[in-house]
Design a protein around this ligand. Structure first.
Ligand code: PLP
Length: 435
């Protein structure tokens, strides 16, 4: 039919012209696009061939209010027709950016009072590193240059964000990275202290950490971990930057992931969930104290700014998205459905020998796999489970980086009890096929 011919043509064009992000080029060239998505509604996606799948990853952990929300389309259209974009450089401003800055600093813990907007998470992290370094220059401590990050961390792909990323594959992609980034084991506060002492505390600008490590395989920190990290920061005068790009705006069952640990950072990076992915937006919230210091000590221009910092239409969508999260109690739903999901995964683990561990917080969850002798599968099974699940109508994610063999789930925050059960059912069937 004509439609089949159209799809075939698109598949060929995709192979020829579209360099996909974070993709095996070989696989893309051999197989072409597995799905050319066309529409989305709630937790479901439909491709051009009419295949329907549950978006068990909220696409990239970000479509939190679900697909196809007219309210967000209307907010975008209204603002775009009125004023899509104007500069926020210098003393120019716009209403949606001002109101969104006010709204998110009201939602965040009290000391975080000001926002710098970016287009996404990598830019948010780069901004945080640059602000931290600039802050120490203004404070007369120019030797505070180093940023400490952690193993299994993911902070994005700009030069600064990749330099802070602990997942080895991303670092090896270019090998030459920004200087002054150091790594410690992700949950080892003893190693953190030793590293700081060895490098010299007066040379450390900041520590960056995800409240729950997402791309690294959903690693949830032990209960007291972040309190200890914060104490170490306070003791040595080091800034704490938290990367809430995934965990911000309800994903973990609280507005921000760090609330689970009772720790307030000096800077907080966010992106993804701020607009549920409907339009590109991210940023960094900074504490009132840092803001005051910058105001007091800075004499020249803050020479850091993206064209799209404070994009009017993006901010209008952000405001509407937060309104939906509040109106529909999605933070609470993420908590309740997250508990259901984790309990069900524990049940799968009790039934299936090859599941060696289950982790999660809110609507972020993971299962690890080992063979019948408790040894790593060679090759890893998670990519096969991922493919089987897709055949059965579920998108999940396989993580094999850093010698892991893990399936990850992060469905939209609007998911219902029945839909959560559906995910569990499909996943269980997919796991059976590799046993
Ligand atoms: N930080 C974290 C924790 C992330 O998960 C991501 C993306 O997945 C990023 C930063 C990078 O964000 P972006 O892809 O919007 O640049």
């Amino acid at each position: 039919t004509k439609k089949q011919v159209d799809i075939q043509r698109l598949e060929e064009l995709d192979k020829k012209h579209f360099l996909h992000p974070t993709t095996s080029i070989k696989e893309q060239q051999e197989a072409g696009p597995a799905f050319i998505f066309q529409t989305g509604k709630g937790i479901y996606l439909e491709d051009m061939k009419g295949t329907t799948l549950i978006d068990g990853m909220s696409s990239l952990w970000n479509v939190n209010v679900g697909h196809g929300r007219e309210e967000l389309a209307d907010a975008a259209k209204e603002q775009m027709a009125k004023l899509a974009f104007t500069s926020c450089f210098s003393t120019f401003s716009n209403e949606p950016a001002i109101l969104l800055a006010k709204k998110i600093t009201d939602l965040a813990p009290a000391p975080l009072t000001a926002v710098f907007f970016t287009s996404g998470g990598s830019e948010a992290n780069d901004t945080a590193y640059k602000l931290a370094r600039h802050y120490w220059l203004l404070k007369g401590q120019p030797e505070r240059k180093k940023i400490i990050s952690r193993t299994k961390s993911y902070h994005g792909v700009s030069m600064g964000a990749t330099s802070a990323t602990g997942l080895q594959g991303f670092r090896e992609f270019t090998k030459s990275l920004a200087p002054d980034f150091h790594f410690v084991d992700h949950f080892d506060t003893g190693a953190l202290r030793r590293l700081i002492e060895a490098e010299g505390p007066e040379t450390i600008a900041a520590i960056i950490a995800e409240p729950v490590q997402g791309a690294g395989g959903v690693h949830v920190a032990p209960k007291d971990y972040f309190k200890e990290v914060k104490d170490i920061c306070t003791q040595y005068g080091i800034l704490l930057i938290t990367d809430e790009v995934i965990t911000g705006f309800g994903r973990t069952g609280k507005w921000f992931g760090m609330e689970h640990y009772g720790v307030i950072p000096d800077m907080m990076c966010f992106a993804k969930g701020i607009t549920s992915g409907y339009v590109q937006l991210g940023g960094v919230m900074i504490s009132e104290q840092i803001h005051n210091d910058l105001k007091e000590l800075s004499s020249g221009t803050l020479l850091h700014g993206y064209t799209y910092s404070g994009h009017a239409m993006a901010c209008a969508v952000g405001l509407k998205n937060i309104e939906l999260i509040e109106k529909e109690n999605l933070v609470e739903n993420a908590r309740a459905r997250g508990e259901q999901l984790l309990k069900s995964l524990e049940w799968i683990k009790s039934e299936r020998k090859i599941v060696s561990a289950v982790r999660g917080l809110g609507l972020m969850a993971a299962l690890d796999f080992v063979d019948q002798n408790q040894q790593p599968f060679q090759p890893p099974v998670s990519p096969f489970i991922f493919k089987e699940a897709a055949k059965l109508g579920l998108i999940c994610r396989a993580v094999t980086l850093n010698a892991q063999d893990t399936i990850v789930l992060a469905p939209p925050l609007i998911i219902s009890k029945e839909e959560t059960e559906k995910i569990i059912h499909i996943l269980k069937e997919a796991i059976k096929t590799v046993e």
